[in-house]
Design a protein around this ligand. Sequence first.
Ligand SMILES: Cc1ncc(COP(=O)(O)O)c(C=O)c1O
Length: 372
Amino acid sequence: MKNEKLVRKIVSSFKPYQGEISPDELAKRLGVSIEDILPLHANENLFIEKDWIIERVREAVSTLDFRLYPDPETLEAREAIAEHFGIQSSETVIGNGSDEILDILTKAFIDPGCETIILEPTFSVYRFCTIILNGKPQSVLLNEDFTPNVDAVLKAVTKKTRIIILCSPNNPTGNQYPKEDVKRIVEESGCIVAVDEAYVDFADYTLVEWINEYDNLIVLRSFSKSFGIAGLRIGFAATNSTLADIIRKMVVPYNVNKLAQRMVPVLIENWDYLSKKISEIKKEREFLYSQLNKNENLKPYPSQANFLLVRVVKPNYTAKSLQTKLLDKRILVRDRSELPLLNNCLRITLGPRPLNQRLLKCIKEIFSEDKK
Ligand SMILES: Cc1ncc(COP(=O)(O)O)c(C=O)c1O
C-alpha cells in the first residue's frame, strides 16, 4: 500500500500496451509446438529464412567482444545507415527499435500538458509515449478512405501542440499518405512532424530525402520489417543534425546492444537479398488480397505495407469470432475492431505462399462450418 502511494498518478491509471496472446502462450494453450503456430499478428518479416538470419548473426557475433560495453555513439551503425540512405551520420539517431525512438522523441519535446496530434486509427505507441509524460494526445480521425484530413489536422494545432505524428504507410490501415498531404502538414503546421515509415520499403516513396528541406521533419525507420530483425531491436530517426543532436540527448547510455549495432552494416551489405524478399512480399500481397476479395464474407483493403486490413462483412458475424476460430486452428491475427473506423476489422501479416494457403484454407473451413 505504501509503495502504491509513491507511484506517479499517471502510472496508477495507465493501461499498458496490449498485444495479442504470444505464439509461445498459444502453443502452450493448444498443446502444440511453437513451430505449428502461424504468427500473422505482429507484421514481422516471415519471408526471410530463419537460418539466413542466424548465419548473418554468426558472422556478426564472431567479431564482437561481449565483455565490453557497446559503442554509446553507435557510430558504425550510423555510418552504414548514412551511406545506405544517402544522408550524413550526424543526421541519424539509433534506438532499441523505433519504439525507443518514439519514446526519446516525445521525451525531448513533450512537457506536461503539451499536445501530440495523432491521426487515428493508428499505431498505439504514439498515444502511450505522450500520456506517460503527462502530455495530451489529440486525435484527428482519418477520412473514411483512410487518407488524412489535412484541414482537420491543421485546425487541431494549438499553442500547446509540439509534435504531429503521421504513420505512413499507416498501421493498421496499410495505406501510404499522399505526398501532398504530408507536405502541407510539414509546411503549414509550425510543429515538429514525425513521419513513421516503419513499412515504407513496401510502399512507393520515402521522405528521408526531405530532411534537409524542412527543419521540423523527423523520419522514423525500423529494422523490424524490411530488414527482418524484430527480435534484435533496431530503429532510427533521420532528421537534420540540429534535431538529431537534441533527440540524441535523451538516449540512455548503451541503449543499443553490440550485436544489434553490428547487424546494421551486415544487413545493409545484403540489401540485394532483402530487396528480393520485399518484391516477394509485394507479389504475395496482391495474391492474398485477390483471394480474400473473392470471399463474400470479407473485404480486404489495398495495402502498401506487409499486412492487410480485412473487414468481416458477413452479417451477424464479428472479427473477434473469426479471430478466435483462427486461434483454434493455430493462426494468430490481430483484431483491430475496437479502433475508430475499424469495426469488425482484422489485421493480417503477409506470409510466404504456403502460409497464406493455410490461412485461406482455414478461413474457408471456418465459414463453411458456420453455414452448417
Ligand atoms: C507503425 C509502427 N511503428 C513502429 C513500430 C515499432 O517498430 P520497432 O520494432 O522498430 O520498434 C511498429 C511495430 O509494429 C509499427 O507498426
